[in-house]
Design a protein around this ligand. Structure first.
Ligand code: MN
Length: 244
């Protein structure tokens, strides 16, 4: 059975509008996550940092399972809810979560993508960019109904309103996507600061041209800042190789 190895790179920037960076990132094979925090005062940074910390504490030696990832998401949600309730300045904080993990399934290794909120996972293979995750957002509901186009969603007054978040309640409802690893594929996980300021064609051409994953991540973040830097922006690029 082939084993999967990965090379990856990450980059983050507060952008040009916000004074602090409420995004958090943890990237270490076999798990990669980005969280986009929200909340007054220090809340956003605390919420996203709690979530990335839970994933950092996963045992990197033992093969991960779907239950490990599901458990980490529940643990992260509990941590954010508990901190928000016990610390007055942190009330109402929350965060998105998007992640990619290599898990051991009954039929061999699988990539597991997961999300809560509007941070995204994309897969890039043979020149084709596809969005793996579906946003949990008000504008996504309108897109699904055919009320607005994806392009119109970018300037919609409710474009920042998400319909699911970590920290929003005692239960948390992630989406999971299982993918069979393929040679030469590339994954991108990102906060919405990337997709607000960089269009899909530009993302595709960077992933096509920048072979080094760290260079690709850094270039995408730089393009988001150059495109206006309207939000904190965080990018992880993961390259897969299969070894027999
Ligand atoms: Mn954001």
């Amino acid at each position: 059975m082939p084993s999967v190895v990965a090379k990856w790179g990450e980059a983050t920037n507060p952008g040009l509008v916000r004074s602090n960076n409420e995004d958090a990132v943890f990237a270490r094979f076999p798990v990669f996550v980005v969280a986009d925090g929200m909340g007054g005062q220090a809340g956003g940074e605390v919420a996203s940092g709690l979530v990335s910390g839970v994933f950092e504490s996963l045992d990197p030696v033992r093969p991960l399972t779907l239950d490990d990832v599901r458990g980490a998401i529940v643990q992260a949600n509990d941590a954010v809810v508990d901190a928000a309730m016990s610390t007055p300045g942190l009330a109402g904080m929350g965060t998105t979560l998007v992640g990619l993990a290599l898990i051991e399934g009954s039929e061999g290794p699988r990539w597991l993508a997961f999300n809560i909120g509007d941070s995204r996972c994309y897969r890039f293979s043979a020149g084709v960019l596809e969005q793996v995750t579906t946003d949990h957002s008000e504008v996504q509901v309108l897109i699904d109904r055919g009320t607005i186009t994806p392009e119109a969603a970018k300037s919609h007054p409710h474009r920042n309103v998400i319909t699911r978040a970590i920290g929003a309640g005692h239960t948390v409802e992630p989406d999971f996507f299982l993918l069979v690893p393929e040679p030469g594929e590339r994954f991108l996980i990102c906060s919405d600061g990337l997709t607000v300021d960089v269009d899909d064609d530009t993302i595709r051409s960077v992933l096509q041209r920048d072979a080094d994953p760290h260079a690709a991540a850094a270039r995408l973040v730089a393009l988001a800042v150059a495109g206006g830097g309207h939000d904190n922006v965080t990018v992880v690029v993961v390259d897969t190789t299969l070894q027999e």
